[in-house]
Design a protein around this ligand. Structure first.
Ligand code: PLP
Length: 486
């Protein structure tokens, strides 16, 4: 059902609350220039109308709290509510950010600084790095920070570096971050088994390569078994190895990127460590580095002083500088910290194992119905192709739209780019077997419909408030203005 704008439901003079008449005499009138020239344009409704309006709007939301959300690469896991409670604690949520700039750290801010510092230590331990910064406010922001530190490292050594190498499975943000930092991007193809083609890497790499950016497992959900050789090749050219940590949830407690040769790591805490995200934020992309890059870390830095107090360093000539106001997305960091403490070492390992088990279970069950271009054990996500269904005119997009009618968020489609008609499914560790089984059943129904009644898929969704918007126009010529009488 279409919900009218709250302004359209407005009735002149209707009120949600009636305040008692003011019994405080006016002392001094406000200066005329501060007074409104006309009344504020606000909708006038009863309290019940307002409650219903916003409750009904919220029911249009699609979220992990309401439905299964197997969006590959995005790791849409359930977010434990107690972490929200931690972030809302008065000492965190009520803290004025300027407190953090008190030179030797006022007592009001010590707990917050300790939390960020502890989180940096935990992430160093989890990923095998020598130090972390929690400044970046998203994964892509972390990539940019990492590349800027790599640039600073090469500049300090007098290295002449012009290129960054990425595999053809890479997430779009990797080449974008490298290009934003001024590097030219070289793409290395993958082998038929889904791993980076090491021979092609050897042919492409020169002393001009500043970095190789990789995610492991890669975006096909496949672990790069040649990673240590890749690291060796990189380091023989003084090329640094960058780890895109968006898929860290697959290897938590199993492999530490730092131990297999990565020099720089970003972690999407909003994916791996269970802080809610979607719709563009908020997230956090802490970055970890090996010793040789520590001097270039962004500002401000938190330093533990000999007496145990935490201080904030705001100036350092070697640093790449400031990337975010204050301490980045602090609330997101609190949730990640609470999540790590809550699960502990065993819990994190268990989360990785279950995420991998769930993805492999789906892969095995759906293998007879959809093409599997890289048919081998996957990690936390599996990538199918709807190529078989295209014989009947059905594409990945149609299956995705059908899933909307079945109240399942579509998987990531048409990514990774090297898979035709890709459907990338990531169930995460937080889903029950019943939920996963019901998803499998619905996917099988979709495969059967593609044979028996393709139009049922081509016409989907029928139950959503909008059908198939022109996505290009929606992105390029969006117009969401409304007229409210001004
Ligand atoms: C999500 C993702 C990113 C970007 O992270 P954001 O936090 O969305 O900026 C980078 N690489 C991969 C593989 C991802 O899945």
């Amino acid at each position: 059902m279409k919900t009218p704008l709250i302004f359209d439901a407005s009735v002149n003079g209707r009120k949600a609350v009636t305040l008692p008449a003011c019994d405080v005499p006016a002392v001094k009138p406000l200066p005329a220039k501060l007074l409104r020239a006309h009344d504020a344009v606000l909708p006038e409704l009863s309290e019940l109308d307002v409650v219903r309006h916003f409750t009904n709007l919220s029911r249009k939301n699609f979220s992990v709290d309401t439905h299964f959300y197997p969006l590959g690469s995005c790791t849409m896991k359930y977010n434990i509510k107690s972490t929200e409670k931690a972030a809302a604690l008065d000492g965190f949520a009520g803290l004025h950010p300027f407190y953090t700039y008190i030179p030797d750290g006022g007592k009001e801010v010590q707990g917050a600084l300790e939390l960020v510092s502890n989180l940096e230590d935990m992430l160093s331990e989890i990923t095998g790095m020598d130090g972390f910064t929690c400044q970046p406010m998203a994964g892509a922001h972390g990539e940019y920070a990492g590349i800027r530190m790599i640039e600073a490292y090469h500049n300090a050594k007098g290295n002449k570096k012009t290129h960054v190498i990425v595999p053809d499975t890479s997430h779009g943000t990797n080449p974008a971050s490298a290009a934003m930092a001024g590097y030219e991007v070289i793409t290395v193809p993958s082998r038929p088994d889904g791993e980076m083609d090491i021979e092609a890497l050897k042919a492409a790499i020169t002393d001009n390569a500043a970095a190789i950016m990789l995610t492991c497992p890669n975006t096909l959900g496949i672990f790069e078994t040649g990673i240590m050789e890749i690291a060796k090749i990189a380091h023989s050219h003084d090329t640094l190895l960058y780890y895109d940590g968006a898929n860290l949830n697959a290897i938590l407690g199993k492999v530490r990127p730092g131990d297999v040769g990565f020099d720089v790591v970003h972690v999407n805490v909003h994916k791996t460590f269970g802080t809610p995200h979607g719709g563009g934020g908020p997230g956090a992309g802490p970055v970890g580095v090996k010793k040789s890059l520590l001097p270039f870390m962004p500002l401000p830095k938190i330093v533990k002083q000999p007496g145990g107090k935490f201080a904030v360093v705001t100036e350092d000539k070697n640093s790449i500088g400031n990337l975010a106001p204050f301490f980045g997305n602090f609330g997101v960091l609190v949730k990640a910290y609470a999540y790590i403490l809550l699960l502990g070492k065993e819990g994190l390992i268990d989360a990785a194992e279950k995420a991998v088990l769930n993805a492999n279970y789906i892969m095995e069950k759906l293998k007879p119905y959809f093409d599997l271009p890289y048919a081998r054990r996957c990690m936390h996500e599996c990538v199918f192709s709807a190529l078989r269904q295209t014989k009947n005119g059905v594409q990945a997009l149609d299956i995705a739209k059908y899933l909307i009618d079945r109240e399942i968020h579509p998987p990531t489609i048409y990514f990774p780019l090297i898979v035709k008609e890709a459907m990338m499914v990531e169930p995460t560790e937080t889903e029950s077997k019943e939920t996963i089984d019901s998803f499998i059943e619905i996917m099988i129904e979709a495969a059967k419909l593609a044979e028996s009644d393709p139009s049922a898929l081509k016409n989907a969704p029928v139950g959503a408030s909008i059908g198939r918007p022109d996505e290009t126009r929606a992105a390029r010529q969006i117009d969401v203005r409304m007229s409210c009488g001004l």
